[in-house]
Design a protein around this ligand. Structure first.
Ligand code: CP
Length: 330
């Protein structure tokens, strides 16, 4: 794909060579993310960071990534602080805000809304999550994390990966994007563990099978996570249900804790979660007793978000080759 000036709306835009390019640039961002070096390559540039749904990681890490490249961030959070609350259309909002920004990141509760916004924007737009549809930068940072964790175990190949995805696979946009991304690799085994009502959408299962992958669907976690490299847990997406009572029907169905991990998983199985994990006692899909488990990668995963998002900005704004030239050691 051509990165320069492009919107990032779906993981389906990427070929395998593009993923490798993002990861290569992300690796080069390490000294800047760790403040060993400072670059001003995006000095004077402005990110419009527009989040119409709650977010901690995506909003802050996109903002940090832009700041770490020397740019400035302007934020809108929630509909109530935006003129959308006064009836302004996505089209008008996009025409206006793209006049104030060099690039925009947007999260919105409605599937397809970020693409609608991007169609009217005069600058590149990155999808920070649109309803239950997609979260492409999360899938990139997830696969980047998987690659790093496996490299740490001495494995350099993503082909042949075995991964279990656990929880709300119907509404979880991160697992939708991750499955689409895995279609670019070979011989992947994907174990999909969810209540029957919250299964992975059929078209995504079909895409995995069409890519030649082995797909196993189950509503039982114990036993299904025994032969996987990655156990990827997700939260029940309460905000997509009619009400809290409906979400409560499923909350707490799959709880991974240290005892279950020891009983079921291989010694090197990496535990991932896009976060936030639901820490309320009735939910608790990843127990705090896993916090000292060295294979719990959830915070390394969140850290990797900064590197991957720096890489996306550098590629989209076409400054990769200038990052080091505009840098100094700290
Ligand atoms: N993983 C993720 O999207 O987290 P936030 O909702 O905090 O951005």
């Amino acid at each position: 794909m051509k990165f320069s000036g492009s919107h990032i709306l779906s993981i389906s835009q990427f070929e395998r060579v593009d993923i490798e390019r993002v990861f290569e640039v992300a690796d080069r961002m390490e000294p800047y993310a760790h403040r060993q070096r400072v670059t001003k390559v995006l000095d004077g540039a402005i990110l419009g960071n527009m989040f119409f749904e709650p977010s901690t990681r995506t909003r802050v890490s996109f903002g940090c990534a832009f700041n770490l490249l020397g740019g400035e961030v302007r934020e809108t959070t929630g509909f109530e602080t935006s003129a959308i609350a006064k009836g302004e259309s996505l089209y008008d909002t996009a025409r206006v805000l793209s006049g104030y920004s060099d690039v925009i990141v947007m999260r919105h509760p409605v599937s397809g809304s970020v693409a609608e916004f991007a169609a009217a924007s005069r600058v590149p737009v990155i999808n920070g999550g649109d309803g239950a549809n997609e979260h492409p930068s999360q899938a990139l940072l997830d696969l980047y994390t998987i690659r790093k964790e496996l490299l740490h175990q001495g494995r350099s190949d993503l082909d042949g990966l075995r991964i279990a995805m656990i929880g709300d696979l119907k509404y979880g946009r991160t697992v939708h994007s991750l499955c689409k991304l895995l279609c670019l690799y070979r011989n992947v085994t994907v174990v999909l563990i969810s209540p029957t009502e919250l299964q992975m959408p059929g078209e995504i299962v079909e895409q995995l099978r069409s890519a030649g992958h082995t797909v196993v669907e189950s509503d039982v976690m114990e036993g299904s996570i025994s032969k996987v490299d990655i156990a990827y847990s997700t939260r029940i997406q309460e905000e997509r249900f009619a009400d809290r009572a409906e979400a409560d029907l499923y909350r707490g169905r799959y709880r991974l804790n240290q005892a279950i991990y020891t009983r079921n998983c291989e010694p090197n199985t990496v535990i991932m979660h896009p976060l936030p994990r639901d820490s309320r006692t009735e939910a608790n899909e990843l127990d705090n007793d896993l916090n000292d488990n060295p294979n719990l990668a959830i915070f390394r995963q969140a850290d990797n978000g900064v590197l991957v998002r720096m890489a996306l900005f550098a590629l989209i704004l076409d400054v990769v080759d200038q990052v080091d030239k505009n840098a100094r050691d700290v």
